[in-house]
Design a protein around this ligand. Structure first.
Ligand SMILES: Nc1ncnc2c1ncn2[C@@H]1O[C@H](COP(=O)(O)OP(=O)(O)OP(=O)(O)O)[C@@H](O)[C@H]1O
Ligand SMILES: [Mg+2]
Length: 251
């Protein structure tokens, strides 16, 4: 039986996944600061809109106005899709405070209230019939309450997968951290994709590795990628060797 996949549309990514993300998977997109996680998330959603797959972005890190501006910089103008009810931005950042926030349709008035966030997210998904969801970032949800991380991710997974969405949960790790966001969330996720920045011969190089993806085989290699004015381009044929990355170096 062939499995249903979401063709992400991110150049090179579907190739290293042997066709795309298995439908309904909840994928942890982890990486250090500046590694391209948010841009990856924006591109995943906009590629969906172009393919007539509605999407939802949950903004926990940035003002929704800033998210729209950041996306527009790459030519990804979501406002017309918002107007047509094909895209929703969930504002879990402002708590509804400020002039701009008053114009947002989906606001989590108490961003610390996880159940409220789930309710607003569920409403947004249903309203736009979302196929793709990005949460930026889940780390923000549990940074002050790490003991709740696993149960939060499992609850998100139940809602997202249950409503038929294929999702990216952005997970922030520090520059020196070897993992993807902690054992609880790493096992709960259906997939783990990690973005990295490494200094090689005096130059920062970007790379991506698919650590796990339930439901499909995938490349086991570390591939280089670029961020351009048009977004992320992964090089499925280019493998990067990070020779200085040894066990123990991250301790
Ligand atoms: N137009 C562009 N062309 C090339 N590179 C760009 C462009 N715009 C941004 N970048 C690169 O992308 C990086 C930011 O990517 P992004 O915001 O997705 O990071 P992030 O992983 O979400 O980081 P954080 O965890 O801090 O939120 C910048 O540091 C810069 O190197
Ligand atoms: Mg970011």
């Amino acid at each position: 039986m062939t499995i249903e996949r979401i063709v992400t549309g991110i150049p090179g990514f579907d190739e290293i996944l042997n066709g795309g993300i298995p439908k309904r998977n909840v994928v942890l997109l982890s990486g250090g600061p500046g590694t391209g996680k948010s841009i990856f998330g924006y591109q995943y959603l906009f590629s969906g809109l172009v393919r007539k797959e509605p999407g939802v972005f949950v903004a926990l890190e940035e003002h929704p106005v800033q998210v729209r501006l950041s996306m527009a910089q790459f030519g990804w103008d979501v406002s017309s899709y918002e107007d047509r009810g094909l895209f929703a931005l969930v504002d879990a950042f402002t708590a509804g405070i400020g002039e701009a926030a008053k114009r947002e349709k989906y606001v989590v008035r108490a961003p610390d209230d996880f159940q409220m966030l789930i309710d607003v997210l569920r409403a947004a998904i249903k309203d736009v019939s979302a196929e793709r969801v990005v949460v930026d970032s889940v780390t923000t949800l549990y940074i002050t309450k790490p003991a709740l991380a696993r149960s939060m991710v499992l609850q998100l997974k139940k809602v997202l997968s249950g409503l038929g969405c294929t999702s990216l949960l952005i997970s922030q790790v520090s520059v020196t951290e070897r993992g993807f966001g902690g054992p609880g969330v790493e096992h709960a996720a259906d997939g783990i994709v990690r973005l990295d920045l490494d200094e090689i011969d005096g130059e920062l190089r970007r790379s991506i590795i698919v650590w796990k993806m339930r439901g499909t085989s995938h490349s086991m290699k570390r591939h280089s990628f670029e961020i351009t004015d048009k977004g992320i381009i992964i090089k499925p044929k280019e493998v990067i060797v990070v020779s200085h990355r040894r066990m123990g170096e991250y301790e």
